[in-house]
Design a protein around this ligand. Sequence first.
Ligand SMILES: *Cc1c(COP(=O)(O)O)cnc(C)c1O
Length: 466
Amino acid sequence: MLYTDTRDKNAAVSLEEAVMSGMNEKTGGLYVPVQIPVLSEEFRTASAEPSFRNIAYEMASLYTDGDVERSALEKIIQEAYPFMPKLTQLNPDTFCLELFHGPTCAFKDFGARFMARLMEYFNKKNYKPLNILVATSGDTGSAVGSAFSGLEGLTVSILYPKGKISPLQEKQLSTFTGNVRSFRVDGTFDDCQALVKKAFTDVELRSKLRLSSANSINISRLLPQSFYYMYSSLVAKSRFGKNAPIIMSVPSGNFGNLMSGFIARKMGAPIRGFVIATNANRTVPDWISTGKYTPRKSVPTLANAMDVGNPSNFERMSDMYSLEEVRDFAASYWISDEGILRAIRECYERTGYIIDPHGACAYKAWSDLIGGGMKKLLKGEKRRAEEEGLSGNIPEWGKEAAEKKCVGIVLETAHPAKFESVVKEALSTAAPMPERLLEVMTKKEHVTDIPNDYSAFKELLFSTLS
Ligand SMILES: *Cc1c(COP(=O)(O)O)cnc(C)c1O
């Protein structure tokens, strides 16, 4: 399979180049597959509830054909996914897709673990290590650190801002050993990101060290996320009946997760449409409402892993689809912080399920849509983009959803115990801590404090990496 780029359709690179370089440095564009392959009808209908790893292997083999040997791919899938996504039913028209059963309790484990093993495979030909630099304000750093931990020929350097993340997040980021190390920067997340960006453009540094990034623009993080869309839509279809349209409600920040859903749909997943759910960072819902894409500064919210004002994957979305097409198969919705707290409460009261602040955005979007929101739009009620709630477009499945003929799958992207203080603010109860989070709290920290100063950071890279 070849990969082209969002800015230059003449570009055609191998999977290896797309994965190892992350983005096309010449054009600044993002890699996309030349064409999206379809998973055979035969495979999709062979078993009522196919296994997650079988689906992952079949889908991945379409993208890695000619680039990764079959036996190696099988090993990559087995080792990346000792855990599974889990579909639970909340009420007659809503499923919750739990994506937090991986080691760091967030959905980013699905993408990061596949990417790490693919990079390890491609890097075997090199005698020099590949050094991943990642700036993080939370989930990305821990998923990437955990995914690369112990892999051969790869190192990870994590930069995070001092005093700006929760104690649990800090434990998750600072207790790695071996090939993963962390740096606590006396500055903000933006400062961390600026240090990393500067390192990537530093000619002297790059002449001595092989550097790469691991953020969600890398195509090898997006493709594996499509596995759980295929899996959950096939399982929901078999449990709910063949004809109910399936709508996926996706809490979105950088829009990597949503793009993976779009890819799965093109690959033949029985997904009729999507609900795009954001917090107050409503750049994309505004685009759907007004037709204008206006990137802005991010604002802090209670669903902080989605605090993105200029989503990096928007470029892929607008490359794959026109605005009209997106309006036709996706509804969109944004929600304020008070709305998030209300949503956590409502979900618990109505279903007994404790949902995290990110999943809460998607839950509320879906329950409002079928609970009267879409009906109002169909009656001709106008909505303003500044009002929280649904955007004004009516997708082609809108009428069926208003008549409660659809099944919604709400993506739960993190374990609620990771966001204990928000959940406690909304409910008088908290979610029980999973064993693996309790364990990380007892680990010893190995972290180097660094000033917000590029030359000091560069010195450190020279002295710790090869
Ligand atoms: C990263 C993250 C998101 C947003 O995912 P995108 O792919 O950036 O849209 C949502 N929820 C959680 C818990 C996350 O960590």
